[in-house]
Design a protein around this ligand. Structure first.
Ligand code: ZN
Ligand code: ZN
Length: 444
């Protein structure tokens, strides 16, 4: 276990031919030479070449670490954000810490920010959480994000030596069971985009609330039996959370087990009847929030389109769903006859779904693959029941999904946690509610 703040490597710009920027303060590029001011980075003969004004060459090498002196920060222009999302754009961004420039085999460059974990988290919490969210929620989230990140880095070290695989597909006799964990990056620990956690440097409106949440929990981690917890989180559980193995690898993680998102325990889902009753009810649980003004205070990206996530409904004409299935799964089912839940987790999330068509019948899992196959983007969750309208010959004309919750449902329910904080629970109480039998400890 460590006793000082770890540093992490964040990939800022990956695989580009040139990078422009500015050292705001002194940086040593190689040896004792200090430099401040605008710079440009290109590659030549497999090396990174950094030049200053009037093309003056400052440093050259396969990998160059530009080390900050004092409170120096650096600015990069043209940093892409929201890659592959509709909000993709380029921005000028400023970072604390060191800048590592690495030449790639294809002649391009990757820029990496080596930064203290706490500085990194400050930016992440600021860009992912709304500053108006309750303070104890921001603190709980800071501890969960800090723990998740370090657990992930620990796991990454084990890859190749019997560590966790990041994804797995099992296909046998009409069954496709697939799960995805975060894809690993090779040259750095995390990227700066939504794929990992959004990190936009230090100039993007760091709120006072985020500063307080980070500084008051500095070095505090969630532990289970002396190991840092892989503290997963999701938007809204729908009333019950689910078990780790129903979403990712088939292993039992003692602190990632189903809990009721309420003070009083609700019965876990066991049968199809219970699942049906569950999605058609509006149980009194933390993430059942009727007040949308409150939600806008918590989630920066909350909009009217996402109001109905606690209980939701999606309906397709049969032909429409056949097209989506074909496009998303690559399988032509022909006329779609039936969708049958074969196995559910305790939150009601389906983990094995039978899809029966005229040409093909397949069983699909786990929850993310099911959500991916049944929507042009993703269904909110796999905790749904399906009903079909049928014509006189029994052929479906329309499929309607009634569902509960938003996200994989494992670990901390973000909306539930924010509601708990608003009700007066502390960060510690919130974390203990979602991650059972864990303890908080300050490690530096
Ligand atoms: Zn990433
Ligand atoms: Zn919840």
């Amino acid at each position: 276990m460590f006793y000082k703040e770890p540093k992490i490597n964040v990939g800022i710009v990956d695989d580009v031919p040139t990078i422009r920027g500015r050292f705001n303060g002194h940086f040593s590029l190689k040896g004792d030479v200090l430099f401040a001011g605008p710079f440009e980075v290109k590659t030549a003969n497999g090396d990174v070449v950094i030049s200053g004004p009037e093309c003056l060459e400052l440093a050259r090498g396969r990998k160059i670490k530009c080390v900050h002196h004092g409170k120096g920060a650096f600015t990069l222009s043209g940093v892409p954000i929201g890659i592959h999302f509709h909000w993709e754009r380029k921005q000028e961004q400023t970072f604390h810490g060191d800048l590592i420039l690495q030449a790639l085999d294809n002649g391009n460059i990757t820029a990496i920010n080596e930064v203290g974990l706490e500085t990194y988290l400050l930016s992440v919490i600021s860009s992912e959480m709304n500053a108006n969210a309750p303070q104890e929620f921001l603190k709980a989230h800071a501890i969960a994000s800090r723990s998740w990140l370090m657990a992930m880095l620990e796991r990454r070290k084990g890859i190749g030596q019997g560590g966790f695989p990041a994804r797995q597909t099992t296909k046998r006799g009409g069954e496709i069971i697939r799960w995805y964990d975060r894809e690993e990056h090779l040259l750095f620990d995390v990227c700066a985009d939504d794929h990992c956690q959004r990190y936009q440097g230090i100039d993007t409106n760091i709120s006072q609330a985020a500063r307080e949440a980070i500084s008051s929990t500095r070095g505090v981690f969630l532990l289970y039996r002396e190991k840092i917890c892989d503290a997963r989180f999701h938007k809204a559980c729908g009333g019950l959370t689910d078990n780790f193995e129903n979403v990712w690898e088939n292993i039992r993680v003692p602190y990632l087990r189903a809990v009721s998102d309420a003070a009083a325990a609700h019965k876990l889902i066991d049968t199809e009847d219970e699942a049906r009753q569950w999605v058609f009810s509006r149980p009194d649980v933390y993430c059942n929030v009727g007040d949308f003004r409150f939600l806008r205070k918590i989630l920066p990206d909350f909009d009217r389109k996402t109001e109905n996530f606690f209980r939701w409904r999606v309906s397709y004409r049969r032909e429409e769903l056949e097209e989506i299935l074909k496009e998303k799964s690559g399988i032509d089912f022909g006329v779609l006859y039936n969708l049958e839940p074969l196995k559910r987790g305790p939150s009601g999330r389906i983990i094995r779904l039978g899809i029966k068509g005229a040409k093909e019948s397949i069983i699909v899992g786990k929850e993310l693959e099911i959500r991916r196959w049944l929507s042009p983007s993703h269904l909110y969750s796999s905790a749904f029941v399906v009903s079909a309208d049928r014509d006189l010959s029994g052929i479906p004309t329309r499929f309607t999904f009634h569902g509960a919750g938003w996200g994989h449902g494992v670990g901390m329910c973000q909306i539930g946690a924010a509601v708990m904080a608003a009700k007066g629970f502390t960060a510690g109480e919130i974390l203990k509610h979602y991650f059972r039998d864990t303890e908080m400890r300050k490690l530096y």
